[in-house]
Design a binder for this molecule. Sequence first.
Ligand code: PMP
Length: 449
Amino acid sequence: MGAHADLYARHQAVMPSWIATYYDPPIELDRGEGRHVWDAEGNRYLDFFGGILTTMTAHALPEVTKAITEQAGKILHTSTVYLSRQMVELAEQIASVSGIPDARVFFTTSGTEANDAALLLATSYRRSNQVLAMRNSYHGRSFSAVSITGNSAWSATSLSPFQTFYVHGANSFRSPFKDLPKDDYIAACVADLREVLDQTAKNVACLIAEPIQGVGGFSVPPDGLYGAFKEVLDEHGILWISDEVQTGWGRTGENFWGWQAHAPEGVTPDIVTFAKGIGNGASIGGVIARAEVMNCLQANSLSTFGGSPITMAAGLANLKYLLDNDLPANSREVGGWLIEQLRAVGAELPVVADVRGKGLMIGVELVKPGTLDPAPGAANAALNAAREGGLLIGKGGLSGNVLRLAPPLSLTRAEAEEGLRILKHALTVANDAEDPLAGSSTNTAGASS
Ligand code: PMP
């Protein structure tokens, strides 16, 4: 047994059975640089999944490494009982790019905790535990986060601190309203929301939504949907939480935050949650809310570990790099090109039903040819063929049949071309492999968040 296979056996012997990994055996990542990573056996991969979007700018970005090592040499103490210059500075910068008037920022260590904090805020502010969430949603895996996750594969328990109601609209590819023109689609979703509010949920605290669903398969609702929802929410005083864990920091290319595609000028979410990318791999999450909402809690902080000097130092260096190099514009340009190219590839392959996305957040939905039935086996075939070709990609969707592409935002055009070449081959393999009688030959459990 090789050292790597031995590690997998040890992993299985000591870690929970419910940790899902990609590939069989899984890849052990050893190092990264730019848009590439190397596994422990020395194989090099182009990374089109950015460590599930945690690597926002680039792997081993020297600016971030320097900030982390300098801070590590000074102090690692983490607490909110003392002042932290790094924490205040990053909070100031995030508040200034947030678009939220009178914004306050609180740091956590993960996106799940950020959503926990947002739900605590909204339910406390409104003194209600009724929550609206979107069908197919994903917001993390804590006790409260799984309670608003509209995908049973990610809900480890059906017990819940909330009374949750799911509404239509996020997945326009599989929505019952999918054949309607955009405005009618939005009107149908708004009517569905109104029906829930009028007939079922009388005292709702908040609506939580991902502007583009991540784990749900990079589903892109029509622009304006959540702005239309917000008008209805405002009639009832219900708060809008935008979960920007995957869509924040210019990932979608066209806007700095995903919610901006939905809201007209002057309209904003009441609470925004973020995580992943801002630390470039260091564990930062956080909540942004207008002061009135943020300050409604009677609490002595919500975390001692959120906002550690080391993650704040990483966040400051990473955000500076993102803005100095206008990576959102790069995401728009390189991502826009890639989407176009993939649409052309998909048009030739019956297994590809939909290529969608914004910027460097691209989903490719695979189906059994001639139907809309999900084809998770084809997605696995593509995932493995891409790996063999030297490309790491992700998957998602309710049936694990959507390929998810989310490279670091500094992806160059030449790297996009290299990735496209490998993807073309992987999709052809998936197309050829699609056979309703054939079972999956790979570790299908390995969907990832
Ligand atoms: N919200 C969304 C939209 C996510 O995609 C994720 C993670 N994939 C989370 C929340 C949870 O973040 P974390 O894994 O940092 O807890």
